[in-house]
Write a protein that binds this ligand. Sequence first.
Ligand SMILES: [Zn+2]
Length: 155
Amino acid sequence: MAECEIITLSLTKEQKEAIEKLFEDNKWELTYQTIEEQKNLQPVPQERVQVCPYCFLSHCVATTNENSPWLGEGQTPSNYNPSVRKGLYRRFWKCISNLGGWDVEQYLRKKERLGEGRPNMVYHQRQVMSECVLKLVRSRYPNPHSVPYLGHKWE
Ligand SMILES: [Zn+2]
């Protein structure tokens, strides 16, 4: 047999079968080892996990719930949307609460910095709804074009 070289290939099932067939057709000898890749995976170091700059959660609460059935598909701009949004903020409040997001130090500092009663912030049960949630909910259930978002007064 001719001199052999050992190479490492990362193959899909289909590619592997094609190579096996090629070797079989040529009556070549094929030896291979399967590397259990999972075992070699290093856990992602904590500091490299991307934290959302708005809700301060490592898995942004807005992104995580983007496809939740309760969020719905959204609707066209309407005067009824503020009340829809209000219900959704309540759910997000609960999600963030379950994830401990209202106790995160960065959030507490942000809340302190903002103070209460800012007209453009949305409050629910005395917590400031994060911008990522506002952006998502407002994009799904927008106000009519001429109606500004007035934060806690309307939402
Ligand atoms: Zn977020």
